[in-house]
Design a protein around this ligand. Sequence first.
Ligand SMILES: O=C[C@H](O)[C@H](O)[C@H](O)COP(=O)(O)O
Length: 222
Amino acid sequence: MESKKLAAEKATESIADGMIIGLGTGSTAYYAIQKIGQRVQEGLAIQAIATSKQSEELAVSLGIPLIAASDIDYIDITIDGADEVDSRWNLIKGGGGALLREKIVASASKQLIIVVDESKVVAELGRFPLPVEIITFGFEITMRKLEKLGCQPILRQAGVKPYVTDNGNYIADCHIGSIPNAEELHSALQLIPGVVDNGLFIGMASQVIVGYMNGTAKQLEK
Ligand SMILES: O=C[C@H](O)[C@H](O)[C@H](O)COP(=O)(O)O
């Protein structure tokens, strides 16, 4: 989609020689990785770390040099997509199942640039079901605890089997409707045994670039 591409390509303009770059996951991050690949082929000297096996394969196919997490202290810029963005730049992520690696990479990044099309910008988070990564052991117990928090958790499926993340876990997609207090919900979710992480990214984005149907891309004002 053109608006996703516009936002993603604009974000890559901040990338310069010598940087370590975090590669996001999903259909918008895809365009950023493609553009980075093109610039690498033209001589840009960077190293990258991927947030999913899918993005890693794409990076390898484009000749983007990868670096292991064990070999870095920080990441200069990460460019990633989101499922929802509010006016405070809080996010829901994980629609593609990559939230855990994305959050680890984001937390080590000096700058997290979020790239979305205009359909992702919302007044309040929660319309998009919140992905929660859970351990497979006792997942039914974990799901019941999620339910008690007021979510309607649905175990994500891949065909007839539960979807399994790159980390070997399940995803519960929590239908909430609206999240008036994201900080509170984030903390409550993280207290449930069996929850590894959740798709709320609070206060992590340094910039949000939105692509519009009219062919422009600009930073979302806070
Ligand atoms: O797990 C996936 C990621 O959080 C994605 O960045 C998010 O789902 C947005 O993906 P897309 O750009 O394909 O809408």
